[in-house]
Design a protein around this ligand. Structure first.
Ligand code: ZN
Length: 223
């Protein structure tokens, strides 16, 4: 199975606070824990590379694409966005993390604006598992607790998910559909909320478990 991790990779280069948490980039941390979990073919791609690192060759060889973007969604070329969307329809799995809800790729595949409420403060987040039968929630007990995260709240303007796997609660009382699956033609999509760039969320063992599970689930059948 070939996995490509796409990261905008701007916060880490521009912001000392983010660099302290993710010195090798968010993509670097995700790559490391995927390798530790037994995945063998993991490559990374970033916005400022030619074709954003997503050449035809890379895309055609990718079984599952992980996407993290935030401040530069508009800088992703429409041509590449179309190619990514086509590959998803063709069977490539897509894991959209955190602020990727606003990426052109995710919005395009959803067909809605994917707007939401948000607050950058010091909220605690509890992600409650609402489907214990799903491959993506295996290894997680009742909930995942994150001591500090950015708040995303409803209403999240997405189409009704095929499957809802997690609902988040935040200190402010807000709730959010944090783990949602979709199918688009032959491709499987998982949206997973946590992962604000200033917090060490991608070092949390349960968050890692969910992402590793999601990669296996999203892979095209037979890979
Ligand atoms: Zn954020």
């Amino acid at each position: 199975m070939n996995i490509t991790i796409w990261n905008e990779y701007r916060h880490e280069q521009q912001n000392e606070e983010v660099r302290r948490v993710y010195p090798d980039g968010i993509h670097g941390v995700i790559k490391q824990f995927l390798l530790e979990d037994g995945f063998e073919s993991v490559v990374t791609a970033t916005l400022d590379e030619p074709e954003h690192g997503l050449t035809d060759e890379v895309l055609n060889n990718t079984d599952v694409l992980i996407w993290w973007g935030h401040i530069a969604h508009d800088e992703v070329s429409d041509e590449i966005v179309e190619k990514v969307k086509r590959r998803v329809h063709d069977g490539m799995g897509l894991i959209a993390l955190h602020s990727a809800h606003y990426s052109k790729v995710f919005r395009g595949l959803m067909g809605t604006n994917c707007g939401l409420e948000w607050r950058e403060a010091d909220d605690k987040e509890i992600l409650w598992v609402v489907d214990h039968t799903h491959p993506i929630t295996q290894g997680i007990d009742k909930k995942i607790e994150l001591d500090i995260e950015e708040m995303y709240g409803e209403r999240f303007n997405i189409p009704e998910p095929d499957e809802l796997l997690f609902i988040s609660w935040f200190t402010g009382g807000e709730v959010f559909r944090s783990g949602c699956t979709y199918k688009r033609d032959k491709g499987k999509i998982f949206y997973f909320r946590p992962g604000h760039e200033t917090f060490p969320t991608y070092y949390h063992k349960d968050i890692r478990r969910v992402i590793c599970n999601a990669v296996r689930w999203a892979a095209p059948v037979g890979v």
